[in-house]
Design a protein around this ligand. Sequence first.
Ligand code: NDP
Length: 342
Amino acid sequence: MSVFVSGANGFIALHIVSDLLKLGYKVIGSVRSQEKADQLHRQFKNPNLSVVIVENISNPGAFDELFLKYGKDIKVVLHTASPFHYNTENCERDLLNPAVNGTRNILESIKRYAFDSVERVVITSSDAAVTSFKDDTNPNNLLTEDSWNKISWEEATRGPEEAYYGAKTFAERAAHDFWKENQDKVKFKLSTVNPVWVFGPQLFDENALGEVNTSCQYIKAIIDSKMGEKLDMDIVGGYVDVRDVSKAHMVAFQKEESIGRRLVLCAGRFTLLNIADVLCESFPQLAGKIASGNPDESFKRLNSLAKFDYTNTNKILDFDFIPFEKTICDTAAQMLKMEKRQ
Ligand code: NDP
């Protein structure tokens, strides 16, 4: 039996693939090109990993060939592929449609070709599907696993950031709706993993060179900043380590308690000043040389955030999250090593 991971070369997915292989699973991963497939084979060097090409998850029938060929062998599907960037002038084409159509397409292909073999499906959703930025920065709000971002499609087309929130919200909704509507037609049980901002080291050192994935790029930008520059105090939210996000995906398909659940992962709250402070304390070569911010403003921002209670998730996970300092240090140490700035 195999586990299928879509977007297998992504920041989070690489950790997932690595954990699956360590646990002895056979893994089929999808990437967008032969070049990326070759890179995965070179990086993992593991005969239990097969790589297939799905050029664009948004295309109708994008996953058909894959499930037609391997569907009978696939018991678990981890759908991580989804655009996470703000680099677009066409929000529907580049963010909303791939996220939503990609999710529908993979579920449709399972229904068509692997309805009786796939037992568990995990969608990598986001806290963007749990709350809007506005609701997350309202101290009177209490967020739980039952909270939903109430964004409309129209609001989601107003700009790339809104589009990312909308993409994750509508994609996750599509998955729940599909599962409800097809209970008698598919065998699989659905779970979602909804992380807040994910930081942590790249699985492979070489991936820490140059521009990195969207969330870790915020840490890289601080490392590369200059004294006198000001940190963006509007960047505030929750953090969780990529190694914990990967572990949560294992829990999402391995435990019965995860069925039908949204596992919302949040280890704590941060501002960019909190990141800069850890960097200055831990890396003498950065102390006093990078961007800074006002500590009172940072404190005020943290105190203006919504409360959250993800006790149900934490009970199911049954492990402690990696602390903020370790996450930030491990992320930065790898970047500095690769840039030969140790
Ligand atoms: P990455 O950008 O590293 O990975 C995204 C993956 O999706 C890549 O493999 C990418 O392929 C693939 N992908 C994107 N669009 C398409 C498309 N149209 N067709 C085929 N493949 C596509 O991001 P992360 O690892 O950070 O994110 C993984 C998942 O986790 C996403 O669903 C994201 O929304 C979610 N998430 C991430 C958070 C974070 O802070 N990092 C927080 C919460 C949720 P390629 O490399 O070729 O572009």
